[in-house]
Write a protein that binds this ligand. Structure first.
Ligand code: FAD
Ligand code: DHB
Length: 398
């Protein structure tokens, strides 16, 4: 098989890149190791920045999002048994965010892709990428993968690793070129889906007794909630009643508010990590999304970063296709990393401000409260949070 852009991974980054390339007449092939059912059911993100919605609209994948997505004008911070609203349009000059599940984005993109191409192969596990790190003029990049029970090859002009944090594309960077920056946080999230109408109209980020809790949603009848738990937690040790009791305690305020309970349909534990691989390009090999960087989920930046990477990359390939210029491709890594580090900083700040210290460090505890109080009391401090949460702009070139 031969193509212009070989895309490894059919998560949001790989699928959206394929659609954006298809629109500009650039051919590509997407290789995804899992089944269609698996990628469409994997519970993850839910909060979309405006730029993410715009990118999906640009490639004709926003019909259902526009009909079913929930536009939110703010979030609530809860601490010290009080609630504080952060009003996005007021603080940012009109910006909002949209709640629409990653599972639904993936379903919408897969459906379009299977309807009018380019090729998307499920159960196609990539084993290795060869020659991709060579400079243009060297041998053509080659992707080795297993599909239909036999090993096959895909020859490409360029390879894009959209294969998530546990993918293999990063391994094709020469060790002398790769620099990695990493931090593991001393807590995890237990995430649940429940068949109950959300108990709030906007997301609640709570720093309660015992730690962090987040109330999000998937629709007007499905709630998505998260609880800070110790690393190594087994979801089976959390029966439903224990989860609801703990959520009740962490969201408690002085005043009238009630957390509605309902049947829990899914439970899973996620670790929290910051990770950045630099550079995001070497020769003909590019990384996009979680393959290049991971942020802890507090602040909801992961999917949004993946989308902004592939937007930049699609425009760079379009420029090459149109004019033969590699100028945008050459600046891809630098441009994306600027935004990646800003999101890494913001996600780290949000995480540290809202999670209880497992070692019970009283000094850190007081600093957290001081940070939260500052945001509640100061318009510029709240505006800074709102600007980051709703998404910092890409540089002027794209
Ligand atoms: P992935 O979604 O990981 O996709 C990579 C794909 O590559 C997978 O389908 C995988 O099967 C495939 N693959 C891997 N190896 C191979 C191989 N060798 N061959 C072929 N295919 C391969 N982000 C937000 O922006 N907002 C949120 O609200 C938010 N909430 C989150 C909540 C939780 C609990 C978690 C865990 C994450 C959350 N995120 C959020 C992060 C977001 O889900 C990820 O950043 C996003 O999935 C990244 O997309 P991706 O396409 O880069 O990678
Ligand atoms: C969701 C996840 C997040 O990490 C976040 O900060 C907001 C919302 C969600 O899954 O809905």
């Amino acid at each position: 098989m031969r193509t212009t852009v070989g895309i490894i991974g059919g998560g949001p980054a790989g699928l959206l890149l394929a659609r954006l390339l298809h629109r500009t007449g650039i051919d590509c092939v997407v290789l995804e190791s899992r089944t269609r059912g698996y990628v469409e059911q994997r519970q993850r993100a839910g909060m979309l920045e405006q730029g993410t919605v715009d990118a999906l609209r640009e490639c004709g994948a926003a019909d259902r999002l526009e009909a079913e997505g929930l536009v939110h004008n703010g979030i609530e911070l809860r601490f010290g048994r009080e609630r504080h609203r952060i009003d996005f349009p007021v603080l940012t000059g009109g910006r909002t965010v949209t709640i629409y599940a990653q599972t639904e984005i993936v379903k919408d993109l897969v459906e379009l892709q299977l309807a009018d191409g380019p090729p998307l192969l499920f159960e196609a596990e990539v084993l290795a990428v060869e020659n991709a790190a060579e400079e243009p003029g060297g041998g053509a990049p080659l992707v080795r993968f297993v599909h239909d029970g036999r090993e096959q090859t895909l020859t490409c002009d360029y390879v894009v690793g959209c294969d998530g944090f546990h993918g293999i594309a990063r391994d094709a960077f020469p060790a002398a070129v790769s620099r990695t920056y990493e931090h593991e946080y001393p807590y995890s999230w237990l995430g649940i889906l429940a068949d109950v109408a959300p108990s709030c109209e906007e997301l609640i980020y709570a720093r309660g007794p015992g730690g962090f809790a987040l109330h999000s949603m998937r629709s007007t009848s499905v709630s998505r909630l998260y609880l800070q738990v110790p690393n190594g937690t087994d979801a089976d040790d959390w029966p439903d009643e224990r989860i609801w009791d703990e959520l009740d305690a962490r969201f408690a305020i002085d005043g009238d508010w009630r957390l509605e309970r309902g049947p829990i349909t899914s439970k899973s534990v996620t670790g929290m990590r910051s990770y950045v691989h630099e550079p995001m390009r070497h020769g003909r090999l590019f990384l996009a999304g979680d393959a290049a960087h991971i942020v802890p989920p507090t602040g909801a930046k992961g999917l949004n970063l993946a989308v902004s990477d592939v937007r930049v990359l699609a425009r760079a390939f379009a420029e090459l296709h149109r004019s033969g210029s590699t100028q945008l491709l050459d600046s891809y890594s630098e441009l994306c990393l600027e935004r990646v580090w800003q999101a890494t900083r913001f996600s780290n700040d949000m995480t540290r401000m809202l999670h209880a210290q497992p070692d019970g460090d009283a000094f850190e505890d007081r600093l957290q409260l001081a940070r939260l109080r500052r945001i509640a009391a100061s318009r510029p401090a709240a505006a800074e949070l709102a600007a980051n949460y709703t998404g910092l702009p890409l540089a002027a070139t794209v």
